[in-house]
Design a protein around this ligand. Structure first.
Ligand SMILES: Nc1nc2c(c(=O)[nH]1)N[C@H]1C(S)=C(S)[C@@H](COP(=O)(O)OP(=O)(O)OC[C@H]3O[C@@H](n4cnc5c(N)ncnc54)[C@H](O)[C@@H]3O)O[C@H]1N2
Ligand code: MOO
Length: 383
């Protein structure tokens, strides 16, 4: 299958998981299944925009008292010629026409008033320094559309607008099965061993696509263990690293055939990463097969795992970004070559194993076989 077809097959393989009501404070990273709209005016009440004195009518104004943020106003509406000392954000007394900031007025002892009375002297300027209810946002205003991922700012805006719960898709869960007798998940590799590079990358890719890594397990090259792990993984998606190829220790494809899985992608016309595959088990769980060579596996996770998880999470399909890329590349006749490309689009050589070039470059360019130096290409962002 061609690389663009593999990517779109993975993206279109599933429907978004069911929507559920969740507290806004727990919704970050989830995708909204319904729009969030403002439920109450922001601000919710008329209040002072400056620290100073709220005044009514013409000055000088006899000071009646003080109201700070969070406190109730004592004594009913302000009558003309009176003021209350007020803090920013405090409830504005009814009848107040302006707030005089401290720096625009002065306070003196009252003349002809009761002993101890003080008055505010100043001039109300063009700015009234009053925030009216609903000035910032009125009920019904769109805060975030369906399909939007809840970021920290979306969550904060929803809370500000009065939403305590949102309708969001259930995030897809992912199991990571790291296969290989030679793979170790901690410490220094001994003779013939390699350090696992997949778990962190799959966690990051699944998370940024809107999913959650539920479990990660290292398995020996034993078909019984792999079969049991596949059967027992209760997640929406199972990512398997290694065991994707034709070797005596590569059991995944045979096992998937035996349990009646349906192949959606089985081999992709790309280098590296051509043995990657996507299958769906009879009960609807998806299996993504990531070739064991680490850079090839990263390419496969970006090609199949990320679009699948994003769709399950409820993200609307989006086209991949493109950028101009430059430099020498050995193209793959009849397929795509996937090459690390730096911020300026400069290509860097990479074999199927080393991850250093992808780490340094930050993006991968997907080069079709008719690409020429300076042409734009689809880019994938490495996690
Ligand atoms: N006869 C053939 N042999 C191979 C073919 C082929 O078409 N015919 N394809 C080659 C390609 S391309 C790739 S990619 C690999 C895919 O191999 P597997 O997915 O079966 O993975 P393994 O054989 O288990 O391992 C390959 C390589 O990767 C290392 N590895 C495995 N897991 C990890 C891990 N978690 N972290 C780091 N490194 C890992 C492993 O030690 C091997 O060196 O097959 C080729 N062969
Ligand atoms: O997937 Mo392999 O070389 O194409 O690493």
């Amino acid at each position: 299958m061609s690389w663009p077809d593999a990517y779109s097959t993975a993206r279109d393989a599933a429907k978004p998981l069911a929507a559920e009501l969740v507290p806004v404070v727990e919704a970050t990273g989830r995708v909204l299944a319904a729009a969030v709209r403002c439920e109450r005016p922001v601000p919710a009440f008329d209040n002072a925009a400056m620290d100073g004195f709220a005044v009514a009518g013409a000055g000088p104004w006899a000071i009646r008292g003080r109201v700070l943020a969070g406190a109730a106003v004592d004594g009913g509406p302000l009558s003309p010629g009176t003021a209350v000392e007020i803090g920013t954000g405090a409830l504005l007394p009814a009848g107040a026409e302006a707030v005089l900031p401290y720096e625009d007025c002065r306070v003196e002892d009252g003349v002809g008033a009761q002993i101890g009375d003080r008055v505010v002297i100043g001039v109300v300027g063009a700015r009234r320094h009053i925030r009216r209810a609903g000035d910032a946002l009125s009920p019904g205003t769109l805060i975030a559309a369906a399909g939007r991922t809840v970021t920290a700012t979306v969550a904060a805006a929803a809370l500000q607008a009065g939403a305590e719960q949102v309708l969001a898709h259930r995030p897809p869960t992912v199991t990571m099965l790291v296969t290989g007798d030679e793979v170790i998940t901690r410490g220094t590799p001994g003779p013939g061993q390699v350090r696992d590079t997949f778990t962190g990358l799959v966690t990051a890719i699944a998370t940024r696509a809107g999913g959650r890594l539920a479990t990660s397990r290292r398995l020996p090259d034993d078909p019984g263990a792999l079969g049991e792990a596949l059967a027992g993984a209760g997640t929406d998606v199972i990512a398997v690293s290694g065991s994707s190829s034709a070797g005596a220790a590569d059991h995944l494809h045979r096992l998937l055939g035996e349990v009646g899985a349906t192949w959606l992608v089985r081999g992709v016309a790309c280098r590296p990463g051509h043995p990657q595959a996507l299958a769906v088990l009879p009960d609807g769980r998806f299996v993504v097969s990531l070739p064991g060579n680490p850079y090839a596996g990263l390419v496969a996770a970006l090609t199949l795992l990320e679009p699948l998880v994003a769709t399950l999470a409820g993200r609307p399909p989006a086209s991949l970004p493109t950028a101009t890329v430059t430099g020498p590349a050995t193209l793959m006749p009849g397929g795509v070559r996937i090459v690390p490309a730096g911020p300026a689009g400069d290509l860097a050589a990479a074999g199927p194993v080393g991850l250093h070039a992808a780490a340094a470059a930050g993006t991968l360019a997907v080069l079709p076989d008719d690409w020429t130096d300076g042409d734009p290409a689809v880019t994938l962002i490495v996690p």
